[in-house]
Design a protein. Structure first.
Length: 174
């Protein structure tokens, strides 16, 4: 875990996993052969002897003005992934958040920089070991997200969606 303070903002790096992995998981041209060609500047910090890239999957916890924001939610547990390194993980990410005094329920917002699997994994979690029940993790559950809409406007909600959520167009968003 790394931590930085910038003015009144505290930023904490929370590592879900790290290690040397096949670089083609993220970059098709990062084969061991190509990595070895660049070994003079990659080794030992960015690759290992076998030509695998040293990578870190992590989130950033940003805390300021009594608000907690998680930037990117890693790969997540129990997900079926084509990459063996990321398939059906069982990692202590949520426990690690709790250990630093930040249980998942205390997160106010989530920012996903983009929607690749290694940035959205903890947005949902498996609720039963049989693998039939998925739900939101509860991270950032007290806020609503809206992208590409003018500041101060509300996203359109259909009447059926409003009824399911127990809201109407005149009621405040929850």
């Amino acid at each position: 875990m790394n931590q930085w303070t910038v003015g009144a903002v505290r930023i904490t790096r929370i590592v879900e996993s790290h290690g040397p992995w096949d670089g083609t998981i993220l970059m098709p041209d990062a084969t061991p052969e190509n990595v070895h060609r660049e070994r003079d500047w990659l080794y030992p910090t960015f690759c290992d002897d076998a030509g695998r890239l040293r990578m870190s999957i992590h989130a950033f916890l940003v805390e300021s003005q009594r608000t907690r924001i998680i930037v990117d939610t890693c790969v997540g547990n129990d997900k079926l992934r084509p990459q063996p390194e990321w398939n059906k993980l069982r990692l202590p990410f949520l426990d690690d958040l709790e250990k630093i005094g930040c249980p998942r329920e205390s997160i106010d917002r989530v920012v996903c920089t983009h929607l690749h699997v290694d940035h959205v994994g903890w947005n949902t979690m498996l609720r039963d070991r049989a693998g039939r029940s998925w739900s939101t993790t509860g991270i950032g559950s007290r806020t609503r997200c809206g992208w590409n809409r003018p500041r101060g406007t509300r996203p359109a909600i259909s009447r059926s969606a409003s009824r399911r959520r127990g809201t109407t167009r005149s009621s405040p968003a929850t």
